[in-house]
Design a protein around this ligand. Sequence first.
Ligand SMILES: C[S@@+](CC[C@H](N)C(=O)[O-])C[C@H]1O[C@@H](n2cnc3c(N)ncnc32)[C@H](O)[C@@H]1O
Ligand code: SF4
Length: 373
Amino acid sequence: MIAGRELPAVRHLYLHLPFCVHRCGYCDFVTAVGRVDEHAGYADALLAELELERHRLTDPLETIFVGGGTPTFTGKDALARILSALPEASEVTVEANPETVTPELASLMRAHGVTRVSLGAQSFRPKLLETLERRATPDVVRRAVHTLRDANFDNVSLDLLYGIPGQSASDLDADLADAQALEPEHLSCYELEAKLGTRFTHTHGAELRRQAEAMESYFERVVETLTGAGYRWYETASFCRRDGGRELRARHNLAIWRGADYLGLGVGAVSTLGDERQRNLPSVGRYVAALREGDIPPRELEQLDAPTRAVERLMLGLRLDEPLALDDANGTVDRVALERLVDGGLVERVDGGVRLTTRGRMLGGAVTAELLA
Ligand SMILES: C[S@@+](CC[C@H](N)C(=O)[O-])C[C@H]1O[C@@H](n2cnc3c(N)ncnc32)[C@H](O)[C@@H]1O
Ligand code: SF4
């Protein structure tokens, strides 16, 4: 228990490192371009926030996820200081952009307890990488994986995007083949979303809307190809190798999909702590200034009532290939809709819980929406 509060200690920690070399047109994450002279000050602020919040955390933790932005673009000294200050954890993931992965960076991460690297490949087709304004060419993506392997990383995940304007079905097949050739332990395949207010949406939004229907078949292609190759489709967009008894699902994300509490530190980071959601505001300047003064960073607090938590739990839990206990979703599920979806072969009852069938998972959000009372 945390001193003075009836909250169990938190076992999952997220850290946000916002700096990127360049802002990709499709991205709406909290990022800051360049600003290399601010990386050290940001690390100081992040470490100060960690000290303010450390009492909430178990030691050791179960999982840590260092995301961005481009965490691996952060100055080496700053990154090393951050990683050395963290509690131990069974899984420590760092998000990396391929062009930043050098042998020095890989050894720095190994030496500081990183166990897993999530690499943003996005595509292996040069013209699509150009459309996405990515800095890494396909060979740079491949070289990054080899560099990580040379540093003995045995848990590498690749992010891929599909639905990129101009991407044909055979481009997608080729991307999936190129990704598999690198034998990643894990793959995340996301449909490219037109995020409100991004340059990309301004330029390509109409095209993304036009191709929306075709995306169902692209999604099926991704699932069929990767499950056919032996990957476990354990979450809507996530696939992992089946490797004997080894856990190759992303344990950090898995905990969140299962509804665990997590603490998020850094600019724009979100935490869910019992019935409270906390969101640090997205300004790097204000974040650093507040922590320099020893204050908590500017943040919004939101109270989560029981029905909101139950709906979130259902929406996240049904992304997984494991059953969701219906007790957790009491009052949230429309029982008549549930029977209809079971009869229609979109939902199945397993071990006292429910999960979506393969067909149900292909339809995803639409089935979940129908289940909600
Ligand atoms: C937080 S981003 C940062 C990762 C890293 N900086 C990079 O660019 O590879 C994590 C992942 O979100 C996905 N992503 C970013 N913008 C997206 C969008 N508009 N639609 C779908 N997925 C997106 C990408 O696959 C990306 O690898
Ligand atoms: S996609 Fe990645 S590299 Fe590009 S701006 Fe977003 S966080 Fe930065």
